[in-house]
Design a protein around this ligand. Structure first.
Ligand code: B16
Ligand code: MG
Length: 217
């Protein structure tokens, strides 16, 4: 039986990819090259420093670690400016209703995000009280597809991985969930997320009845 649902943040609960994109593009332009929305797809679910490495590879540039830290900080300062202006209406369709329904049904909820800014984002959109545990880039050291972020979430809730369902929009996140022995619902393209147990367009298509029907063995 399903006792907990674990959620990725960007692409599942909110669309922060658009703010990451603007902030990375500004950095790329300052460094003298362009960065497209297609390029940005490669950064989804990827940690900040790994994202910078991909960006610099696209620009054909190399820097030492100290300079890279500076560049990552510059990007993050801009990104934080955008997310601190986020509003409650930026929560993706169905997310709040599904979280509410889960908790009413006695199913616990946790966030499992790579972002170090996750607590700020949840506060801004008013979703902090909807999560029983928050595991983010500040409390993890291994990036998805390593299952660390979700295993820590399950542990914080006191639920066995086999009784958890993860909601993820990135392929690496789906792999992380499965590697952790959890079930996974992909949010997005069935082609990209083929490994997930079930794929839906968004949380507006989810409810507790469908969850139970899909994962009762
Ligand atoms: P930060 P998720 C990820 O969030 C984003 O998809 C990814 O683009 C970003 O680089 C990463 O968080 C780290 O974010 O720079 O704020 O620490 O999908 O894991 O919720
Ligand atoms: Mg994501």
């Amino acid at each position: 039986t399903i006792q907990a649902c674990l959620f990725d943040l960007d692409g599942v609960i909110v669309d922060t990819a658009k703010y990451h994109y603007i902030a990375w593009k500004e950095l790329a332009n300052e460094l003298g090259f362009d960065f497209t929305e297609t390029d940005n797809e490669r950064l989804k679910g990827v940690s900040r420093m790994a994202s910078l490495d991909i960006l610099l590879e696209i620009g054909g540039l190399t820097f030492d670690d100290e300079k890279k830290q500076q560049l990552a900080t510059r990007k993050n300062d801009r990104y934080v400016e955008y997310i601190t202006r986020m509003q409650a209406d930026e929560v993706l369709p169905g997310a709040k209703d599904f979280l509410t329904e889960l908790r009413a049904a006695g199913i616990q909820t946790a966030l499992g995000s790579a972002s170090k800014n996750a607590p700020t984002i949840l506060e801004r959109v008013g979703l902090t009280p909807y999560f029983d545990a928050i595991i983010d880039g500040n409390s993890t050291s291994k990036a998805k597809p390593d299952p660390e972020v979700f295993l820590k979430g399950a542990e914080a809730l006191g639920v066995k991985p086999a009784n958890c369902v993860v909601f993820e929009d990135a392929e690496a996140g789906v792999e992380a969930a499965l590697a952790g022995g959890m079930k996974c619902v992909g949010i997005g393209s069935p082609l990209v997320l083929a490994k997930a147990n079930l794929v839906v367009d968004g949380l507006h298509q989810m409810n507790v009845a469908l969850l139970r029907k899909s994962f009762s063995q």
